[in-house]
Design a protein around this ligand. Sequence first.
Ligand code: SF4
Length: 260
Amino acid sequence: MGKNVDITKVVRQHADMENFFTGGFAVRGQRGRREQIEISEVADNVTGEFENNQNDKPAGDIKIELEKIADEVRCCRKCGLGSLRTNAVPGEGKANAQIVFVGEGPGADEDAQGRPFVGRAGKLLDKIITGCGLNRSDVFICNILKCRPPGNRDPGAEEIISCLPYLQRQIELINPDVIVALGAHAARTLLDTNKSIGQLRGQFHEYYTGIGRAAIKLMATYHPAYLLRNYSQDNRRKVWEDMKKVLAELDLPIPERGKK
Ligand code: SF4
């Protein structure tokens, strides 16, 4: 796994961490001082700094399979949400990502654009990712549900049962080192538990993709939308504690501010 740390990146990590801890919501004005790569092109980059070192499939093959799943999702009518959506939101990101972020379901902005985490909560997730020294293009981002529940209501059990196989196939293909479950619905669904997010966050759990396959580490943490509603120092600190454990698990550098 590459560990090439450049000064620009370290400075950016510090700035993003400081901004997050001090409560700034401003989206980074120069997002992507590192060269920004279109999400659709990222999968072609199989020599990136944060390569997945356990997936035995070439990134190009994974990308093709992910696109097939995305096409299925865009045509899907397995549950009632299919007739209510503007756009399905299959997920996006690096085909051989080390980290997969899983949220609950698309909101209004995501439904309008067909992309995950592009609203206010998405901007905060971007800030968390860049605060970790990564770019959005280094990770894969998706949701339990691929279509928006009306009014952003909680996902229904039948909807989750109908939609979950798409996510399971995505995770199996990407085979990340770590899954970060954002919020109670994602964590409970992936871990098949009724425990609260307060009980689940802060420690690694195991997610199994199938018999004979190694478990994938899963870290649960607060959903960015919850953080926006409860933007306390304590909640931000808890999220960073969780993300520091993820970085340590991946042997990635932890920003100085986050070590405290
Ligand atoms: S939410 Fe999932 S199962 Fe339901 S229609 Fe959309 S893609 Fe299909």
